[in-house]
Design a protein around this ligand. Sequence first.
Ligand code: FAD
Length: 439
Amino acid sequence: MPDHSYDAIVIGGGPAGSSAAATLAMKGRRVVLLEKEEFPRYHIGESLIPHTYFPLERIGVIEKMRQRSFVKKYSVQFVGVSGEDAHPFYFFNRLKHPAAQTWQVLRSEFDQMLLENAREKGAVISQPTAARELIYENGTVVGVRAANRDGDALEFRAPVTIDASGRDGVTISRSHWRIRDPYLDKIAIWTYFRGAKRDPGHDGGATTIAYVPEKGWFWYIPLDGDIVSVGIVAEKDYLYRGSRDLAAIFRREVAMNAWLVDHLRPGKQFGPYRVTAEYSYRAQHCAIDGLVMAGDAYAFLDPVFSSGVFLALRGGEMAAEAAHAALAAGDASAARFTEYGRQMCHGIESMRKLVYTFYDHKFSFRVFVDNHPELHGDLTDCLMGDLFRDFDPLFHAVANFAGVPPALDFGGPLNGGPVSGIPAAIAESRASAGVLPRR
Ligand code: FAD
């Protein structure tokens, strides 16, 4: 059996894995990425948010993004059931930076581009190669057993492994570490249309969130090739009442929103109706000795604000930076990933609070901003994905209008420090603002 030794192994070639592999390769590390599928392959998660720009820039793909025909996204809009347009929410009104224009992507193309980029940066890509099991020595992960297309056994060895295997979650599944968010327990049903209506000008690339009365919401995401991705998110019992036929459920719910009916009328549905369950979750731990998790392999949040790809890219990058530092120190024990876990949980919590707010029927973004015009900018920044900064003032104020959940107190490394601490960067910024003593 061939033995491949590297500085780092990355499991999974989605946004988290490709960004982790590119980041490590750019730092001169010998890294191998194992991806079980042949690319291009289908994936959901098509709408990006403005702050996605920055990790994409750091791994050197902004020019490649511009050369593609991905639809340009300038805004998001929320549409009520009777079809009345809420004001489109333009990112360029807040962010004076090229990042204010983001994209709606075909994931098959986007993910392939990111994987190719990791290869160009020096990562070895082993594909199709499925990670089968982690190799432990004295309780530390020292490598991965895998199989290639023909089922031949392969073994990869490295002092650190980044698990970026998405919702399959190699580590989270085998350790039974997937803890579901009880309130955000929804499912999604979606499909695609050709020739459906697009709004004129800049609005043609907007993500639209269209409400179903009291119960859920649709996404409407315009893609390249006159395609629109349309899906509903709601509670399982609500969607499956009366029927389990996905097409029938989808049509029944579309009929409840006048804007959707109007926009889909000229369109022709194609391809299967798809469904996913097991919605929002986080792993009990983000790291064990010799291994750290990133992207959906670590945590998944309800996609209403399109944060998944951003969190995957940024999480992959941050996991790679922590792994690089661990390699330099000659110590890849779980505790080395304490700050990584803290930062990730802080960023995820910012978005999680916003997601809870969205599902609180009492809450209106417009009423909140009318009462707190001074927090309009913070709210916008959070929606655009600037998640790793201090949002305490925003969520203290939001708590007077909606139920803001307490932060989850798990997700740190096994045997590492608590995850609930304040990330170092935020402690620093508070210290310089005179809020906390410098640590
Ligand atoms: P993935 O993209 O899933 O990549 C994981 C990779 O690992 C895959 O290529 C898989 O083949 C590979 N893999 C798995 N197991 C193994 C193994 N054993 N060995 C080797 N390789 C393996 N996000 C957004 O930003 N915008 C949206 O509009 C959006 N909408 C969504 C709608 C729905 C219904 C859902 C469910 C999600 C949505 N998301 C959205 C979230 C987004 O899809 C994910 O957050 C994102 O794809 C996570 O990237 P990742 O790299 O962590 O995982």
